[in-house]
Design a binder for this molecule. Structure first.
Ligand code: FPP
Length: 280
């Protein structure tokens, strides 16, 4: 069930039926304000605050991750419906291996069960799944489930859902540098041929455009080793909402906020507004 944003819940003391009606109208209102021709192609999300959300309710942290999956489903559906082409979710960082063993095991089990349960739905909804990160470090059953979902959805042409699993951006960048150095050492390419485009082709995200919008939930203002190279020009959006409470309406608010920003890429505001090419 959709959980209404706290602000609306507190100010309106209507019976539940009216509240649900108000909530749906409100979501539709925000949605109507979004300019579909100016959507970011790629949205990346750091899904944070699951543990705190659960603790606030006197529950184990794992309960927050379970509820976080409901948000994942809602946001994947919302992105597919509105026409976002790429959605990258930071589901498990390389650093997350350092969490208590029970939590890591629960997260792996949750990933396996969720993908197993949702793969048919992803296929039906024209969602194509991808994984970035150190897939080989995941338990075998997890690797198998991910590979299966990737193959099952490979022909889909709608939303590209990219799961970052056991992912470390610094490691990804270091590996890319290593691969390039090896190619130069073997004489396969010259050092002067290495540029931004070539470097990008050696990252896990080689097949995807860079995200234009990065959202982090739960009130933290960090990038936490997530897509450090790819986020160079991304708009950053931080919200206090914890991930298990982050639903369609919150995504629409982030998209609206994004559309109100001026993306200058180092140019001046005047150049952007008059569409003046660079170096004039
Ligand atoms: C961060 O919250 C969240 C995670 C480390 C895990 C996120 C994973 C899911 C929501 C499940 C994803 C499943 C699929 C299939 C994509 P936290 O635990 O760091 O929260 P805290 O900062 O409040 O402790």
């Amino acid at each position: 069930m959709l959980s209404p944003p706290t602000g609306y819940f507190c100010t309106f003391a209507h019976p539940l039926k009216d509240l649900a009606g108000f909530f749906v109208t409100n979501v539709m209102d925000i949605l109507a304000k979004i300019d579909r021709s100016r959507l970011p192609k790629h949205v990346a999300i750091i899904m944070d605050g699951n543990g705190r959300w659960a603790k606030e309710r006197g529950e184990d942290r794992v309960y927050g991750h379970y509820e976080g999956v409901v948000s994942v489903r809602d946001i994947v559906n919302a992105c597919g419906e509105i026409g976002i082409q790429y959605l990258t979710l930071y589901a498990f960082s390389a650093e997350n291996w350092n969490r208590p063993k029970e939590e890591v095991n629960a997260l792996m089990e949750l990933l396996v069960n969720t993908i197993r349960k949702e793969a048919d739905e992803l296929k039906k909804n024209n969602v194509r799944m991808h994984v970035i990160g150190d897939l080989a470090s995941l338990p075998e059953v997890c690797q198998k489930e991910m590979q299966e979902a990737i193959s099952m959805t490979a022909a889909n042409t709608g939303l590209n859902l990219v799961l970052a699993l056991s992912y470390s951006s610094r490691l990804e960048i270091t590996e890319a540098a290593k691969k390039l150095a090896e190619k130069v050492a073997k004489g396969e390419m010259k050092a002067e041929e290495i540029n931004d485009k070539v470097f990008h082709q050696h990252l896990h995200t080689a097949a995807f455009p860079d995200p234009e919008l990065m959202i982090r939930t739960s009130g933290e203002h960090r990038i936490s080793n997530f897509l450090l190279y790819q986020l160079a020009y991304a708009e950053l959006y931080f919200t206090n909402v914890n991930w298990p409470d982050f639903r369609k309406n919150n995504l629409y608010e982030a998209l609206l906020d994004y559309q109100q920003r001026e993306r200058r890429f180092g140019k001046t505001s005047e150049q952007i507004q008059t569409n003046t090419p660079e170096h004039v």
